[in-house]
Design a protein around this ligand. Structure first.
Ligand code: NAD
Length: 350
């Protein structure tokens, strides 16, 4: 009882990260490939032992409905195409694993969820940190009150975009990438702020910057920062950039301890330290809860289990929608130059 996946979009993340990890999955395999490039389709399909009649072009994708070896479709396309292809996969009667961000607007996310329900098929978002041992350990520690009452969360996800233009690279193209770094890597900090605090922010105030005269930032932002206030009184500061020296950290600081994750949400090499103040002064515990690289295959097995057992998804469409609502609130606050008040579901109070 292994779940057969059709991979849609044979780009960097699919080819270099996810597809090789199917070998580590216990209940998932690649049963079809879908690409707009016929040479790549054949080469990758053959390398993964996918029969020629299960190697689809974007035009012939609808035929996948007749392929009983495909149970689920994995959408690894540019983010602006997630909604359309998720709906096509449901129309073909398949379950969906969709990469993050779920889509570029909450309206698209709501439609994806509605179509999933109508089709009675699972919708899972590729939030791999929910399957990564250090992040899972951090969630446990926070649930066990390891830092005392939470006061401050701080996260930064930054990298430096090479010279490029919106026609050359989808990541700097607004129609395919939204505002840019926040949807790409800043979303990991946003997610961590939520799963470590276990709260929704009641207000957000944000700033976004786009330099003029730089083709990389003709359509997207270079940096986005936001301040959140939680009902408990904790506050968060999240920053993300496409034009800074690389970093990826998350800190959760409470009244009596602090969780330091750096790198926090990378493909491998996570570090998790709990700092506190014991009777003897400063103490620090270093956790090694397991190999971070299991995160890739565990997502696949999780969807397989949920389909087989009819159980719920840990990272469902509703979670993707919640996060896209917060992204919309961040941009709305930055555009208006004022604090945005939020309902508990992440929608903005008018
Ligand atoms: P990529 O540029 O390497 O690959 C994108 C693929 O989509 C390419 O094969 C490209 O040919 C294809 N494509 C189809 N239609 C296209 C169009 N109109 N314009 C441009 N390309 C088109 O990107 P990637 O890094 O593989 O990212 C793909 C998705 O995966 C994105 O949604 C991204 O956010 C997500 N991702 C997730 C992680 C993670 O850790 N979970 C990491 C990287 C990327």
């Amino acid at each position: 009882d292994s779940l057969g996946f059709a991979i849609v979009g044979l780009g960097g993340y699919a080819l270099n990260q996810m597809m090789p990890r199917f070998a580590d999955a216990e209940r998932a395999h690649v049963s079809a490939v879908v690409s707009g490039n016929p040479d790549k389709l054949r080469k990758v399909g053959d390398a993964y032992g996918v029969p020629r009649d299960a190697q689809y072009s974007y035009e012939s994708f609808a035929d996948i409905a007749q392929n009983p070896n495909v149970d689920a479709v994995y959408i690894v396309l540019p983010s602006g195409l997630h909604a359309e292809w998720t709906e096509r996969a449901f129309a073909a009667g398949k379950h969906v694993l969709c990469e993050k961000p779920m889509a570029l607007s909450s309206a698209e996310c709501e439609r994806m969820i509605a179509v999933s329900r109508r089709a009675d098929r699972k919708l899972m978002i590729g939030y791999r940190s929910h399957f990564e041992p250090h992040n899972l350990k951090a969630m446990d520690l926070m649930a066990q009150d390891a830092v005392g009452p939470l006061r401050l969360i701080r996260s930064e996800q930054a990298s430096r975009m090479e010279p490029t233009t919106p026609s050359e690279n989808w990541r700097v193209n607004r129609a395919l990438a939204g505002g840019g770094p926040l949807e790409d890597t800043g979303i990991y900090g946003l997610q961590a702020a939520l799963y470590l605090s276990r709260e929704m922010p009641e207000s957000i105030s944000a700033a976004a910057f786009r330099p003029s005269g730089d083709p990389r930032f003709a359509e997207i932002f270079a940096h986005v920062a936001s301040q959140w206030r939680f009902p408990s009184g904790a506050v968060a500061h999240l920053a993300t950039s496409y034009d800074s020296l690389g970093t990826n950290f998350v800190h959760a600081r409470g009244a009596t301890g602090a969780l330091i994750m750096e790198p926090a949400t990378s493909y491998s090499g996570q570090n998790l330290v709990l700092e506190g103040r014991g009777a003897d002064g400063r103490t620090s515990r270093d956790f090694e809860p397991g190999d971070p690289t299991v995160q890739f295959a565990r997502q696949l097995d999780h969807l397989a289990d949920a389909v087989r057992d009819g159980t719920s998804i840990r990272t469902p469409g509703e979670m993707g929608l919640r996060d896209v609502r917060l992204i919309e609130a961040i941009y709305a606050s930055a555009a208006a130059g004022r604090t945005v008040m939020l309902n508990p579901d992440g929608t903005m109070k008018s």
